[in-house]
Design a protein. Structure first.
Length: 761
């Protein structure tokens, strides 16, 4: 929830005072009760109930508007079949904008052309086109038609926030060179007045933007009863935050498709820029068969700039089509998605363009005897057809299987310092409610299920874990558990929680957590090999020495659902760690680094460091902020086999890095920090088991510098008390005090929350 201060920052407070009319008996209206005479009129005579006319607010300057509200109110055709567009424009307070000029707007117009697949499909075809000449750059050899916008028609400013634009393009009299090129490419640009047409507008030269659209049928002048609505912009923005292309002013799918349709091709690369093909290929990126074979996928844009998507890695399983396209038949349990009218088309209507955009190594000329068009696709790719339904072909069987296993930490006992903690767990089938037999059920043969214990929840550190790193202590729930006879199993840890009697002399305190993690190895299709099925991790907090013996949970800074909006499923470390931030942070804690594996790295990092922090906040920020960091984050993975370099070639974060709420809740990233937050270790010192000799970065600086890693930024943080080379003892004693909250705290001059928000839009 937004705090009151932030609500005041984000929105003004409008207070409306009104008179109070009193009627005393429950019976009639009027201004007095029965039998009571009305009092004398107020001094000066009766009050006129009609409020005085208030002056109209002054118009809002277009260039200063922080929000644009644009509405196309009507579209009609004149005698020359030129579209006449009437629209109105206000700012976010609904105050008219009266100084818009034709240089601030662009207009597009397209028809919804027929498709061989039936009335519920179709493709947009722009009437406004250019011919792009091939040969200046790229491998393309043929000139191609490319949709565009216009602004050279008649523009009328009515002076009251309403405008009229008459297209220069006549829908029935297109330039001959455009028609000739269309004929070469087999495109139909004829004016079909009985079909759905769309006009859309782009606004430029402002602090905000808008892309209103209007669908109508020219023959009748009526609003269109049928359009084409395949994907919702809101679903795209779950990752793209916001979708903003070509300078950032084209943000709505309804606008994009008027140009990005089958009739538009990038002549320099020879690739179509049809929305469904181009977007599928971009998201496939490095997994495209042609790229896997050593080729590239690139589009040449404005001024022949090359956009190479060959290194792009999609952060989830590409078969998860419902992440973008969803209708009433495919929504399932996804309540976070916006349904569209043809959102089910991906599962119901096969086409060579859509399917071939990912399956580009498929030769349709010989596929199933050869396919000349899309009309025969449904005979095989349908429920009951030889190839099965499209939805079945895109099922992610490992995720479906994973949903049949739900882990639970029932309780943790023997959890005081010096005791060997024992976790009582269960794994059940949510579909039936029955608990699995971990020792005998075949589902667990060849799998791995473990219980890990970490401490303490103020900020995990696991000091005294008997190892030279700061990882959890763990035991197998399959081979090292006791069957309790009721579907639960007891798993004892290999060591006791430290009581301070052994080096480094630090007792466990506060609260801890037990995590169930693992993976299964299951045959998901008849005749196929076994596949890894991730077990969604579960956790349970327990008291170590809390005064009232009630566990204190770890703070929730990150919302898992926000992560899954882009990632679909977060399953790492061989499928063992799945969909649980509370599991990740137990090992990715302030004390853990990659020192042990960095020493044996097969491909050593080039950052000159002896170790890199694995702290969750610094690592995740560093990964996602690859495009803004001056020094790419480098981390050595398990067993030293892989050095992960998170630079711009590896990471393509599609959102706005300033939007911290894309991952965090409203209170998950503000200052000051929670009590007990530790500094981040960057040097584990001579004694790797003892954090007392660690070199740490003060906690606020560690978070901020994980994105803002320049020397200038570091100097600013140090000037405010931060340190990049201190000790936890100095932080605890107050010898090092970060004063960032003086300026960046809530409600302060440069509130961190507001400062980040100011970069949005």
């Amino acid at each position: 929830m937004l705090t009151p201060m932030r609500k005041r920052i984000l929105a003004g407070l409008l207070v409306v005072c009104s008179g109070l009319l009193v009627a005393c008996s429950g019976g009639g209206g009027g201004d007095s009760a029965d039998g009571v005479q009305p009092g004398p009129p107020p001094p000066g005579g009766p009050v006129d109930p009609t409020p005085p006319d208030l002056p109209d607010p002054p118009p809002s300057p277009y260039a200063e508007a922080q929000r644009l509200i644009a509405t196309i109110t009507s579209v009609s055709l004149n005698g020359d079949n030129q579209a006449v567009v009437e629209f109105q424009l206000t700012d976010g307070s609904n105050i008219a904008i009266t100084d818009l000029t034709v240089d601030d707007v662009r207009f597009v117009i397209a028809k919804l052309a027929a498709s061989s697949l039936g009335n519920l499909t179709g493709n947009w075809q722009s009437y406004v086109n250019d011919i792009e000449t091939a040969g200046s750059v790229g491998p393309g050899t043929q000139d191609r038609l490319q949709a565009t916008y216009e602004r050279d028609g008649e523009f009328v400013n009515n002076g009251d926030g309403t405008y009229v634009y008459t297209f220069a393009t006549s829908l029935s009299d297109l330039p001959q060179e455009i028609l000739d090129q269309a004929a070469v490419e087999g495109l139909d640009l004829s004016f079909e007045d009985d079909r759905t047409h769309r006009v859309a507008i782009q606004f430029d030269n402002s602090n905000s933007t808008a892309n209103p659209n209007y669908d109508w049928v020219p023959a009748t002048g009526a609003l269109a009863s049928f359009s084409r609505d395949i994907a919702a912009t809101e679903n795209c923005n779950a990752c793209h935050d916001p979708l903003g292309i070509h300078g950032g002013n084209r943000r709505e799918i309804e606008y994009c498709v008027t140009c990005h349709n089958p009739g538009s091709t990038d002549a320099n690369s020879g690739n179509t820029v049809d929305m469904k093909v181009m977007v599928h290929k971009i998201h496939m990126g490095r997994d495209l068969p042609s790229v896997q074979d050593g080729g590239e996928y690139a589009i040449y844009g404005f001024r022949d700039s090359k956009h190479d998507y060959s290194d792009l890695g999609y952060p989830q399983d590409i078969r998860n089509c419902v992440n973008c396209h969803v209708g009433t038949g495919t929504v399932g349990e996804r309540e976070d998605l916006v349904l569209t009218a043809q959102g089910d088309n991906w599962a119901e209507v096969a086409s060579m363009a859509a399917c071939g955009s990912c399956h580009e190594d498929l030769d349709f000329s010989v596929h199933a005897g050869g396919q000349e068009d899309d009309s025969g696709c449904g005979s095989c790719h349908s429920a009951g057809g030889p190839a099965g339904s499209i939805a079945d072909s895109h099922r992610i069987l490992s995720q479906e299987a994973s949903a049949r296993f739900a882990a639970e930490v029932v309780r943790v006992v023997n959890s005081m310092p010096g005791d060997v903690p024992r976790a009582v767990i269960a794994i059940s089938n949510p579909e039936t409610g029955e608990r699995y037999d971990l020792h005998n059920d075949p589902e667990f043969e060849g799998g791995s299920v473990n219980v890990r214990v970490s401490w303490d929840t103020r900020d995990y550190h696991n000091t005294g874990n008997g190892a030279e790193d700061a990882g959890s202590i763990s035991a197998s729930a399959l081979s090292g558990s006791t069957d309790n006879g009721n579907g639960t199993y007891s798993v004892s840890m290999p060591i006791a929680l430290p009581d301070g009697s052994e080096p480094p002399g630090v007792a466990a305190s506060g609260s801890g957590v037990a995590v169930v993690e693992g993976r299964l190895s299951l045959v998901l299709e008849e005749g196929a090999d076994a596949e890894t099925v991730p077990l969604v991790n579960a956790h349970g907090f327990f008291s170590i020495d809390e005064p009232d013996a009630v566990a204190v949970p770890r703070r929730d800074s990150v919302e898992l659902g926000a992560c899954l909006a882009c990632h679909g499923s977060l399953s790492l470390h061989g499928g063992n760690r799945t969909d649980s931030i509370n599991s990740c942070v137990t090992c990715h804690n302030p004390r853990n680094t990659d020192r042990e594996v960095r020493e044996i790295a097969a491909d050593p990092p080039t950052d000159g460091k002896a170790e890199e922090s694995l702290h969750f906040k610094t690592m995740i920020h560093g990964i996602h902020a690859a495009a803004m960091r001056e020094n790419p984050l480098q981390i050595v993975g398990r067993n030293g086999g892989t050095t992960h370099v998170y630079d711009e070639e590896e990471v393509h974060y599609p959102g706005n890095l300033a939007n911290c709420t894309a991952c965090h809740g409203d209170s998950g990233f503000g200052l000051a920090l929670a009590d007990g937050v530790l500094g981040t270790t960057v040097d584990t010192g001579a004694d790797h088991t003892d954090p007392a000799d660690d070199t740490v970065v003060s906690p606020m600086a560690a978070a901020c510098a994980s994105c803002h890693d320049s020397d200038v930024a570091a100097a600013h943080m140090e000037s405010q008390g931060a340190s990049f080379a201190t000790s936890q003892a100095a932080l605890d004693s107050g010898a090092v005090v970060e004063t960032c909250v003086v300026c960046h705290g809530e409600g302060k001059a440069n509130d961190a929350w507001v400062s980040h928000q100011s970069f949005l839009d």
